[in-house]
Design a protein around this ligand. Structure first.
Ligand SMILES: [Zn+2]
Length: 289
């Protein structure tokens, strides 16, 4: 067909067509409040990129975890937040701050939960810098599990600090939640045994594969561990801006692009398939409108 015969139609229609052809990707875990509080913040860019064969990808939704109560007021009450439809939210109390003013924080959390949140979390146990707050952490963890149950919301879990803590954590989760409860296991970096154990106890768990996968220097085992998992269990997360692998330009949600490329090689498939499966998984766990 000659170039002259092509009818591109009105500009607006063409734009709609291009948008629909993009392969949809979901960043299931990042921290918008951290960006938001930076000086002169005016919103996030639209994260799109193109791969070989002209395939276009777009991060269609990003799930921001609001887990630092000192930032709730500034961020959750802001107009900017309610305007950006691609950003969805969770709310919870991060274990690292669970030791301070526990009662007050929980009260504030309960008050805010009837808002439009997709999940409770990230919460959990973190003794990577010592266990002096462990008792308070467990208390805050149990309250959040109850809140997730009574509000029918999935949970986002965070667990750091070695094998003993991990088993104790899974025990608490298992005894508190119904077996079918939806769980997002954030920043998963454990071995096959742990993966199978979690799936046995809580079969509706999806495992967040984060930029840790791009850090072979620090997590040399992770690549082979992830290869033992099923793609149907995996969701993608940038944990941006908290993880910055060396050799990568920045710590933005765009790190998801490199994770997709790496998973495609590991699972001997296309980036499109990785995107489609992980997006479907994210839809199963989180109820997008
Ligand atoms: Zn996080």
């Amino acid at each position: 067909m000659d170039e002259e015969e092509l009818d591109y139609g009105p500009e607006e229609e063409e734009l709609v067509l291009v948008k629909d052809q993009r392969i949809k990707v979901i960043d299931t875990h990042f921290h918008w409040d951290k960006f938001f509080l930076q000086a002169r913040f005016s919103g996030l860019p639209s994260y799109t990129w193109e791969e070989k064969g002209n395939e276009k990808f777009q991060i269609r939704y990003l799930i921001s975890n609001f887990v630092f109560p000192s930032r709730w007021k500034a961020c959750l009450n802001s107009e900017l937040l309610s305007k950006v439809r691609s950003i969805k939210h969770t709310i919870g109390i991060h274990p690292k701050i669970a030791g301070n003013q526990v009662g007050q924080l929980l009260k504030e959390l309960k008050k805010r939960i009837p808002g439009k949140f997709m999940a409770i979390g990230e919460y959990g146990l973190d003794v990577s810098q010592g266990d002096k707050d462990l008792r308070e952490q467990i208390k805050v963890l149990r309250v959040q599990l109850e809140l997730a149950k009574s509000n029918y919301l999935p949970v986002v879990t965070h667990c750091r600090g070695g094998e003993n803590i991990a088993s104790r954590y899974l025990d608490i989760m298992t005894e508190s939640l119904d077996r079918g409860h939806g769980v997002h296991w954030h920043c998963f970096s454990e071995d096959k045994k742990k993966y199978e154990n979690i799936k046995r106890c809580l079969p509706n768990t999806k495992f967040g594969i984060s930029p840790l996968l791009l850090m072979d220097d620090k997590y040399p085992q992770l690549r082979s561990q992830v290869c033992e998992m099923q793609l149907e269990d995996i969701i993608l997360e940038s944990d941006s801006p908290y993880i910055h692998p060396k050799n990568y330009e920045d710590n933005s949600p765009l790190l998801i692009k490199a994770i997709i490329q790496k998973l495609a090689i590991m699972f001997n498939t296309s980036g499109r398939e990785i995107a489609e499966i992980t997006t479907r998984n994210a839809h199963q766990l989180y109820k997008f409108e």
